[in-house]
Design a protein around this ligand. Structure first.
Ligand code: GAP
Length: 439
């Protein structure tokens, strides 16, 4: 059988819209650049991703979770270096006013947008933080920022978590939340947006042990992406080498091969004692850790960070899961081959006809399964079309209730990938699914 994988991001954009995964923000007003809304299926997929990450990262004995506020004291960003250093070099085209990242265009060539010659301005630094004002008076003292990373809400809570949870090094703090960056050139669907969600974990360690923990976390995080169903052949490491962010002494990215090429999906950074050290300095608070295991030595812990973009991971899942079987033929079938735990709808219940006696069997089964799995009940249209729709949204199992069900108390369960069908007693459906999914 011929199978075609995704080659063009547009295939994912259009399936996402057609099937209710992702819509453009404020679409009825013509849309808002690089902002996207998760629809009914997208929000389920996103919840599955966040649940999976949360379980992997916090259902352990050494990591606690937090949910810090998006708005933080402006001094946080002074201390972290974001006010002074979180910028990209920007050039404008003097003719068409288009803006580009100076490091992403050839400034000696004609404008990429309008073709004008010698039209680029000199590069200047453009701070990526969104500013807003707090309270009714707009003056310089009321400026606050939308956080450009969730990490700082973890650093500022380091002492709170360590003391309330009676933690000893090494231990971690995890958080999932929105982050905002006024990117100069956002784009490629949900790959680079101005509002996005991060899943970050800061692991606090004794200085000198960061390399060892870096190795450990690199392995754990790479394996997580594979467990999420991503093809290992489309995952690789990128070592930042000497090109490090202002806070890091070692950095690696997990890259995924998107239709636009290989690019970063997750960063694993050794952030040294930079952030806690700066917060101690700027706040005047003592953020030292007293190491009882080492003669009550006092020091600022080092940090190994794992930071993955939830939306970017979702984009990888969509691209990876997408396949068109028998393209261009009568048997053409588009499938999202999610692993069951990522599938937005786990089971579809499809009575062959809307008629009453079938609904009497189908509804109770649907309601029983819905208690455990996100299910869909669909009676509209011919069964072939209903199967195709479920294939395209990635539903692993479809249950058909037909007239034989009234006689034999059994249903047909169809597997999305093999399209094999099993006849299963209604009383055994739950154990059948448990056996297939493993949950
Ligand atoms: N706390 C470290 C940090 O924020 P980063 O490499 O700038 O590091 C981490 O970002 C991850 O956040 C990236 O690997 C990416 O998945 C995601 N990310 C960053 N900027 C993004 C954007 N504009 N749109 C979508 N995701 C983004």
């Amino acid at each position: 059988m011929e199978t075609k994988k995704v080659t063009d991001m547009q295939e994912i954009v259009s399936l996402s819209k057609r099937r209710g995964f992702i819509f453009q923000s404020s679409e009825i007003y013509g849309g808002l650049g690089s902002c996207w809304d998760y629809g009914p299926l997208g929000v389920e997929l996103k919840r599955n991703v966040k649940d999976s990450w949360w379980k992997a990262m916090t259902y352990r004995d050494d990591i606690d979770g937090v949910d810090a506020s998006i708005l933080m004291h402006p001094m946080v960003w002074k201390a972290s270096g974001h006010i002074d250093g979180f910028s990209d070099p920007l050039v404008d085209c003097k003719e068409c006013k288009a803006r580009f990242r100076a490091d992403k265009v050839d400034v000696t060539a004609p404008c990429e947008s309008c073709g004008a010659k010698d039209s680029y301005t000199e590069p200047r630094d453009f701070n990526l933080m969104f500013e807003t004002t707090m309270g009714p008076v707009k003056d310089s003292g009321s400026t606050v920022y939308l956080r450009p990373e969730t990490a700082q809400g973890i650093f500022t809570n380091f002492l709170n978590v360590q003391t309330t949870m009676r933690r000893k090094l090494p231990f971690g703090i995890a958080q999932i939340g929105k982050a905002f960056r006024n990117e100069i050139t956002p784009g490629n669907f949900i790959f680079r947006t101005r509002e996005f969600e991060q899943m970050e974990m800061q692991y606090f360690v004794k200085p000198g042990t960061q390399k060892e923990f870096m190795e450990k976390w690199k392995e754990i995080r790479f394996d997580w992406h594979i467990e999420q169903g991503l093809d290992p052949k489309k995952l690789r490491w990128h070592d930042h080498g000497e090109e490090l962010a202002h806070y890091a002494d070692l950095a690696f990215d997990i890259e995924y091969e998107f239709p636009i090429g290989w690019d970063e999906m997750e960063g694993i950074h050794s952030r040294t004692d930079f952030d806690l050290g700066k917060h101690a300095e700027f706040s005047g608070k003592n953020l030292n850790y007293v190491d009882q295991a080492d003669g009550n030595k006092k020091y600022i812990p080092y940090v190994v960070e794992t930071s993955v973009g939830c939306d970017r991971h979702i984009l990888a899942l969509l691209c990876d899961a997408y396949r068109v079987e028998n393209p261009g033929t009568k048997e053409e079938r588009t499938v999202l081959g999610f692993v069951p735990k990522m599938a937005p709808i786990k089971v579809a219940v499809l009575p062959l006809m809307k008629k009453e006696p079938l609904a009497q069997k189908a509804r109770p089964l649907f309601e029983a399964l819905q208690k455990k799995y996100k299910c869909e009940y669909d009676v509209a249209g011919n069964i072939g079309k209903r199967y195709r729709r479920q294939d395209e949204i990635g539903t692993p199992l479809c249950i058909t209730i037909d007239f034989d069900t009234l006689e034999d108390e059994a249903v047909t369960i169809r597997d999305r990938d093999s399209m094999n069908q099993d006849r299963v007693k209604i009383s055994e459906v739950e154990s059948y699914i448990l056996n297939k999914f493993g949950f």
